[in-house]
Ligand binder design. Structure first.
Ligand code: NAP
Length: 300
């Protein structure tokens, strides 16, 4: 599988596996290990986590599986996130849903992630959401310490707009390496508001969350979803794709910004379908037909 150079000594697989829904899959740790191995054997080596996934349980479920075969750690890249604080039965001390990007919170969150994931280092730590209460100096102190201690190799952000990126970057002694944003043919905001252009300007590859719009494209009953399904089916037939999911992936993969889709399914057959979408080429007509059916009108 193609790899994307994120830095001179870190690359991601062209497709990433996301573990947000891991606790819903009700797997044994042996099943999770098989899923990890399924991905690695096919070249999907990058795994996306966050401290809060599964109400703070998913990192540990992954770590318990990895503990069965620790030698796999060196064959993968682990991305995780921090900065959102959720009330949860697993965190009774959290009273409100809020953000915390203080030095203390970031460092503690990484310690928890290392412990849960059963690893000594995180390849990339992302600030999960822009924090209106953020102190750039504190984030810089936390990042610098974590890098110096060898606990985190590189840093990025998620859901940041350009001014939020620039603000945080201005405090850091090293470059942010990615922005993980919502990108799909169904959700166009980041295509339309300049966020994707920011990634192109900075020459960074964005990670795309919910590339299938969290499954909405398949079953939502709104007009946009229905319109989009019709166009995706048409393009599916033209390209010989095996389903509209593959066309949705191909729509992102064919974009020149080196978008890295994060697969959200835990089903191996759906992961394999995502991999097969790497071979689908869309021409300009097809790419724009999909865009326009999502927008509901032609480009000007
Ligand atoms: N940074 C952020 O703020 C943020 C936010 C959300 C997500 N993420 C990351 O992005 C990853 C992917 O997000 P996502 O899970 O929303 O991705 P997604 O691929 O857009 O959606 C996955 C959902 O679509 C369903 N699905 C997949 N193929 C389908 C098909 N052919 N027909 C019907 N349903 C289908 C899956 O069901 P099955 O499970 O049954 O296959 C699953 O419920 C997450 O795991 C997480 O790592 C990041």
């Amino acid at each position: 599988m193609q790899r994307i150079e994120m830095t001179n000594d870190l690359s991601y697989s062209r497709l990433v596996h996301g573990l947000w829904r891991l606790s819903d899959w009700n797997q044994s740790k042996e099943d999770t290990l098989s899923l990890i191995e399924h991905n690695l054997e096919r070249g999907i080596t990058t795994f996306d986590h966050a401290d809060i996934y599964g109400s703070y349980t998913c990192e540990a479920l992954f770590g318990e599986a990895l503990e069965l075969k620790p030698s796999l750690r060196d064959k993968m890249e682990i991305v995780t996130k921090c900065g959102i604080v959720l009330p949860s039965e697993n965190r009774p001390q959290h009273k409100t849903h809020h953000y915390n990007t203080s030095r203390e919170h970031i460092v503690q969150s990484v310690e928890n992630s290392l412990d849960n994931l059963k690893t000594d280092y995180i390849d990339t730590l992302l600030i999960h959401r822009p924090d209106p209460f953020m102190d750039g100096e504190e984030v810089a102190e936390a990042f610098t310490q974590l890098k110096k201690d060898g606990k985190v190799r590189y840093f990025g952000v998620s859901n940041f707009k350009d001014h939020q990126w620039d603000m945080l970057q201005s405090y850091l002694p090293f470059d942010l390496i990615t922005n993980q944003i919502e990108l799909s043919a169904y959700h166009l905001e980041n295509f339309e508001d300049g966020t994707l252009n920011l990634c192109q300007e900075k020459r960074i590859s964005p990670m795309a969350w919910s590339p299938l719009a969290g499954g909405q494209v398949f079953h939502a009953e709104d007009e946009k979803a229905a319109r989009l399904r019709d166009t995706l089916e048409k393009v599916q037939q033209e390209t010989g794709a095996d389903g509209i999911d593959q066309v949705l992936y191909a729509w992102l993969l064919n974009h020149p910004a080196n978008i890295i889709p994060i697969i959200g399914s835990g089903k191996t057959e759906r992961i394999d379908r995502a991999i097969a979408s790497l071979d689908i080429k869309l021409n300009h007509d097809q790419w724009f037909e999909i865009l326009q059916s999502s927008m509901g009108h032609d480009v000007p």
